[in-house]
Design a protein around this ligand. Sequence first.
Ligand SMILES: [Zn+2]
Length: 429
Amino acid sequence: MKTKMSLLILFLLFVSNNYAQIHFDDWFEKKSLRIDFALNGNSEYQKAALQQMREEPVWGGPVKNLIDKSYYGGYYVNLYDKTGKQLIYSRGFNTLFEEWRSTEQAKNETQSWTNSISIPFPKKETVLEITGRDRGDMQFHVLLTLNIDPSSIFIDRGKLKENTVIQIQYKGDPSSKIDLVFIAEGYTAGEEKKFETDAKKFTESLFNTPPFDMHRDDFNVWAVGLESEESGTDVSGKGVFKNTALNSGYYTFGLSRYLTTPDMKSIRDAVWNIPCDAIFIVVNTDMYGGGGMYNFYAMGTSDDARTPVVFVHEFGHSFAGLADEYFSSEVAYDDAFFSLKTEPWEPNITTLIDFESKWKDLLPANTPIPTLLEDKYKDKIGVYEGGGYLSKGIYRPMDHCMMRDYAPFCPACSRAILRMIDFLTDRTD
Ligand SMILES: [Zn+2]
């Protein structure tokens, strides 16, 4: 008993030491340090290398919740004091490169992709680490370590192009609000009004959807009127190529409806001077499609009939790290996208390997695990087989959900969204 007690005390000391409250003003200025880096590799390995660092004038992220304990994402950025011992900032994120690594192409080719992250600007010398999650053990491994001297001549401090920025709604100090930024893609000079109308349409669509409807006041919404030379976007599978600001296109990984861009540098250049917690790129086309990756960006189209719900679905990926709950559609990934040997990190799917860490506490008493799709469980939260692109071995929380077929968000997804809202508005630590 005594041993157990001392172990407990040691454990508590360890926890409190590692997660001691970091005071923003001790460590950071209210500006951003942007880090552009290359990820290269293939299905077997990945490496990271620095491309550039930039000082940018605004920090709109949390100032209390500096350590991200969600462990969402395929990557983490960790910032330590100069001894490398005290963690002072961390945040998880995903990349499109990570998805590409699970395609057939990545078995035969090695590629290099540009990525970009922003952290609060350090006042003192620090050590930055970018880690990547290994699909085999689900643990994060160091890909890049950098010593950062905030006064270094190698940090670019120049201004970039000042785009037209429209404030769609302003509810308060960006540090305690979520700054959602719409960026125009494939809108030419003369289409500014259309972009503003489209961004407002999406704003209403988001705040008409539970649980976002109860949290409108937690968001500032901005729209960056980036100008493109041509309207629309690439449809490479049909030989259509447009000269647009963010180089977006359909046929990502060969899938006709998968609309993305690998051009993270241009995206970050577009938001360099405004607070930005979440990016949504509006592509000026009437075709169906979209994409979204956790804490990276979401993308949707302006004029398809399903556009407003597609937007909310893609935002579910990029904002709250939600997985797709569908399993019957065509996808480009091989079987390895979600391993059945480990628990996925996404909050709304499970392999049942560590279901305790998921929505088990939300199940009504006596709900069988897994749950069959019988009448008495219909429209109730359970553990239904099929999700994450696989019909067997992965389970979803409800038969229907925004992340499967544009139904209302299921309770597991809703809770993940609410937790992210609390994290980004500094309400919890
Ligand atoms: Zn769901």
